[in-house]
Design a binder for this molecule. Structure first.
Ligand SMILES: [Cu+2]
Length: 193
């Protein structure tokens, strides 16, 4: 082999070596770059929010209506109680236990007549309410009176009538009469116990 050939061979060998080194370096660079890129990618993946895990829609908690708490100092409205209907006060009525005696007395022939009897004796229980309806069939006026019970009604003219009532609250025998004809229109009322 000539010297030139050898030189060429050496030169070719050197070139080969350089190419090899360059290739190696290139591979290293590419590899490192790839690693760095990978690392960056991983970091990025780590940092970036992962794929969203599909979460079911959050169950809506129904908001409980807050009980209305009256503010302090605020007047609490008080519902007015329904007014009880006013009951009318019962009118004072006569004691139902009280005995009511209804009588009819007629002035006829200048006498007091009851059931055909002239100037009859009238008996009533003590404490009874005595109601006497008086008719005047005579042509003259009559005037009924019982002094002990303070009764003296107005004159009853011919053909007219009147009613007198009183409580027989005294026991005994009393005189009833006509003020105008006291002698012949005179009877007794007996209040019995
Ligand atoms: Cu008379």
């Amino acid at each position: 082999m000539s010297m030139l050939k050898l030189a060429n061979e050496m030169k070719r060998s050197a070139v080969s070596k350089v190419v090899a080194v360059v290739l190696i370096v290139a591979v290293i660079v590419v590899g490192v770059t790839a690693l760095m890129f990978s690392s960056t990618l991983n970091r990025g993946l780590l940092l970036e929010p992962g794929p969203e895990v599909p979460m079911g829609p959050e169950p809506e908690v129904p908001a409980e209506p807050e009980p209305e708490v009256p503010m302090e100092g605020e007047p609490v409205p008080v519902e007015p109680e329904p007014e009880a209907p006013m009951e009318p006060e019962p009118e004072v009525e006569p004691d139902p236990l009280m005995n009511l005696v209804r009588l009819t007395l007629t002035g006829r022939d200048i006498r007091w007549v009851m059931n055909g009897e002239q100037n009859p004796m009238i008996e009533v229980p003590l404490g009874s309410v005595v109601e006497i309806e008086i008719f005047n069939e005579d042509n003259v006026p009559h005037q009924f009176a019982i002094d002990e019970f303070g009764i003296r009604i107005d004159r009853i003219n011919s053909g007219e009538s009147a009613t007198v009532s009183f409580i027989a609250d005294s026991e005994g025998t009393f005189r009833y009469r006509c003020v105008i004809h006291p002698v012949i229109m005179d009877g007794a009322i007996v209040v019995t116990p």
